[in-house]
Structures are given as C-alpha cells and as structure tokens.
Design a protein around this ligand. Structure first.
Ligand SMILES: [Zn+2]
Length: 181
C-alpha cells in the first residue's frame, strides 16, 4: 500500500483542484482507446491528455474481443452515450502479449490461455506481429453492431496507432499502410 499512499499524497498536493471540481459535471471524451495493460504504456501521458479526454479500455494485448461483455459494454457506452468521435487501438513495441502468442505453450495459466489463444502471431518479426495484431482489432471492431451503425452514420472513425518506446515515436495505420505521425 505504501507506493500507492505516497503516490496519492504527491498527486493530491499538486493537483489542480478547480480542474477536478469541474469534472464533477461529467465527461466528454473525444476518443475511446483500446490500450495494453502494460505499465509502460500510459495513453494520457503519450497523448498529453487531461482527465476526461480519453475513455480507455485496457487489457492484455489491447484486444477488441467484442465477444466479451466487458469489451462490448465499454464500446457501447463510449459510442452510444459519450458519443466519442473515434475508437483508437494503441499497440506498442516489445508487447509481452504478442510475444506470448508466438509460442502458445508459454501461455501457462487458464486466464492467459483463454484470453490470447485466438490471437495469431503473424508477420516477419515482433514489430510486424504487433502491428498485424492491431489491424486485426480494427477488423473486429468493424464487425461489431454498435460500431458498424456509427460508422455508417458517419459519426465515428477507427484508427490504429503504434507506439515505439525507444526512441519515442508514433505510427498510424492509414489506407493499408503504417506512417510516422
Ligand atoms: Zn502490450
């Protein structure tokens, strides 16, 4: 508990209380992001966003597993109620979840096995596999009814992003290609 208590005290000492007070009125995020649980990947830091700007679903491997109710609930709420403008899948380099799919015998718990067994390791190297995995999530999102309807109505866009930790850089997936941001 000590790390958390100390961290909260540091945060509370310097937090902008007027800004937090304004958040009581509600949230108006512009983006829903599906990000990896990896502790090195913090969407708000990477995109210099404040609380209230990004509605985040984090899980192992940034998966859009729309057959899971927790994933569906997050998408439904973001798209139908919060009316986000986009859903972004944020992939990253050195992703342990993607690495784990290369040798599925390494998935040594029931939870990891169930969560990752449907994922395929495709591509010539780890970066290729991480990017291919992100693109597959876009395809899954497009098949989900809530997303499909919003896309057809022209009020939602989908994008995939790939974050490099070192050196820091970002790529976006557009028209079938990855490009530097
Ligand atoms: Zn990851």
């Amino acid at each position: 508990m000590k790390e958390l208590a100390d961290g909260f005290k540091r945060f509370a000492a310097k937090a902008d209380r007027d800004f937090y007070s304004g958040l009581i009125a509600g949230q108006r995020p512009h983006t829903m992001m599906i990000s990896c649980s990896d502790s090195r990947i913090i969407p708000e830091h990477i995109f210099d966003a404040k609380p209230g700007e990004i509605f985040i679903l984090r899980n192992v491997g940034n998966l859009a597993r729309t057959e899971e109710s927790s994933v569906r609930a997050c998408i439904d709420y973001a798209v139908k109620h919060l009316k986000v403008k986009r859903i972004a899948v944020l992939a990253h380099n050195q992703c342990g979840a993607v690495k784990a799919t290369e040798n599925k015998e390494h998935l040594d718990t029931e939870g990891l096995k169930k969560w990752l067994e449907q994922e395929e390791y495709t591509g010539s190297d780890l970066e290729g596999a991480e990017k291919a995995q992100a693109v597959r999530q876009l395809a899954k999102l497009k098949e989900y009814q809530t997303v499909k309807e919003a896309l057809e109505a022209g009020r939602l866009e989908l994008c995939a992003l790939y974050f490099h930790l070192d050196p820091i850089s970002m790529e976006t997936y557009e028209d079938g290609e990855w490009r530097s941001l």
